[in-house]
Design a protein around this ligand. Sequence first.
Ligand SMILES: Cc1cc2nc3c(=O)[nH]c(=O)nc-3n(C[C@H](O)[C@H](O)[C@H](O)COP(=O)(O)OP(=O)(O)OC[C@H]3O[C@@H](n4cnc5c(N)ncnc54)[C@H](O)[C@@H]3O)c2cc1C
Ligand code: SF4
Ligand code: SF4
Length: 620
Amino acid sequence: MEPAPAQIERQRLDADIVCVGFGPATAGFLTTLSKQLVGADGTPVVESAVAPGMPPQVLCYERADDIGFGVSGVVTRARALQASLPNLKTAGIPMAAPVTEERMLYLLDPIGASRRSAGLRMADALIRGFKWMLPVEDDALKLPWTPSFLHKRGGMVLSMGQFMQWVGAQVQSSGTVQIWPGTPVSQALIEENRVVGVRLLDQGVDKEGRPGAGFTPGMDIRAALTVIGDGPVGHVSRQLDGQFGLPAGRHSRDWAIGMKFVVDLPENTPLRSGTVLHTFGYPEPEIFGFLYVHPDRLASLGVFVPSWFDSPVRTAYRYLQHWMLHPHLWRYLEGGKLRSWGAKTLGESGRRGEPYLVGDGYARIGEGSGSTNVLTGSGVDEAWATGTQLAEAVLELLKAKQPFTKQNLEASYVKRRRASWVDAEAVVAEKSRDGFQKGIVRGLVGMALAGLTKGKLSLDGEPVPPWKRISTLEEYYRGRIPAEQIAKLRDECHAKGISLHGALMDQVGWPAVPFDGRLLVSHQDVLLMGGKVQAPPGYGDHVVFLYPELCQKCGAKICIEACSGQALTPGENGTPRFDREKCVHCGACLWNCAQPVPGNPDVMNISFRAGAGGLHSAEN
Ligand SMILES: Cc1cc2nc3c(=O)[nH]c(=O)nc-3n(C[C@H](O)[C@H](O)[C@H](O)COP(=O)(O)OP(=O)(O)OC[C@H]3O[C@@H](n4cnc5c(N)ncnc54)[C@H](O)[C@@H]3O)c2cc1C
Ligand code: SF4
Ligand code: SF4
């Protein structure tokens, strides 16, 4: 018989500080902290409360298989990184390069399949009509001027994976911090509204989480301070939001899914290391793209599909391929080779999504704490900065022998954060993207206004949960695909157990992607390339449908259409089937659900829990 949860005996480990997740935020925290726990003579600057005579015991648990297995662009001004690491040189970090050139491109639609408003079509016609006097090349208009708030001058192009491995090695070599990859945290331990540590994920369980052969209950790690840096769709962050609520007026309704490829550019590439291209306008006007050039002919490139894109057919994978095939980009990419790929959610509510930053026994840092700047599209530097601010606060409290109470953390960490550039710039950015709620042109104008007036002016638009704005397939394709045809395609795809978006995109004129086995490969093949997606056995499913009856009556099934890894497919009785072996842990299904749970419009019908595995690459 299975043991009841209360009967499970768990091992317990005592630490001084325990961290959830090793992304840039926690890396900033541990880099700053680890340098100051021990004096030059090797003696502890402050003593551990759990290991007398030793420096504070600091443990960090990361769910991915190894350090640096996350996904990010990444171009960054690197202000906080350089402040923490004064000798930071791109030469010492694989795939790093100083930014040398920045270009902003508006992509016209060369095939006529994208869904453009009448206003945008008119603008496109004008650009084409006057292309002899405009900087238009291969169906792309190079904007003559990039606003200063978008510039990354003096910054760096990085591979987040390589950078995180480099930082992780440095932090661990300090000897004062332990980082444990492949170790998901299942929950924060909360006693009388105080966070007292974390519980690690149970192993040796079936898909439903029931103990089986080799059952090993997750250990309880108790600590005076729990640092939560679990990113935009972190399970522990959401647990705390559920327990403590969000401050009045705060919500996380704006998201994007970012999907990227790392490619070898062709041998004769004219693109210089450090080149940064940003695009908008194609494959759909709402989809933004990026291409950053690393040394040695490597490039990171990809697209963002935002939550305010009204389409119920929103797979990033196929859109990414059409974006690459745009003539302006294809001239750089043709002949290249795919090395790795990945996808990850970006929290785009920024400061509006800021939760309670501290409470008794805990502090929150990084994107899950609302640090990402939604105007400049910058998250790494900001996340890192919040980590360093917390580290300075923690050192102050440790030295003063002050406990990690809400009040003390407010007076040390939150005070530093409020006085910093991160907060000042987040205030400027807070309403900058609201205009996108009412259309792409309005959104771009709103961003420019907010950026140029330092947030004094912006265009309004109330952010609504994605499920409220996404129309049914029949509404979205009205006038382009008859409802009977959609019903027929739906039945055919369901019978084959595949998502519907490919068939629908074919119908409205998107050409088939010419797979070449090198750079353009099928969605199925990309999952297998280099064994990049892993799902260690013995863990429960981390994607769970809370109310299967809601799935059964759900028409759009956006979770399936949006899934980055083909891990969600049509299932029996209308509830999607989840295949852990294909899941890249991008988190898109969490916010791309068409149904909220009864009684809470901000909680979707998918629970995205802590889980092991996912992408197996440190290049992304
Ligand atoms: C495609 C893409 C391109 C981007 N481009 C840029 C760019 O060019 N410039 C820029 O500045 N920003 C960019 N960003 C944003 C940037 O990546 C994020 O803002 C940044 O990574 C946030 O850092 P973080 O430490 O807060 O969270 P994350 O980087 O999300 O790290 C959180 C970590 O916590 C781990 N974790 C989560 N839950 C658990 C758990 N339960 N137990 C243990 N570990 C857990 C995760 O595996 C992860 O490693 C991009 C994002 C994407 C997706
Ligand atoms: S998880 Fe959400 S979107 Fe997916 S089928 Fe269920 S209700 Fe629909
Ligand atoms: S099932 Fe996995 S791969 Fe698919 S959307 Fe959800 S988290 Fe991403």
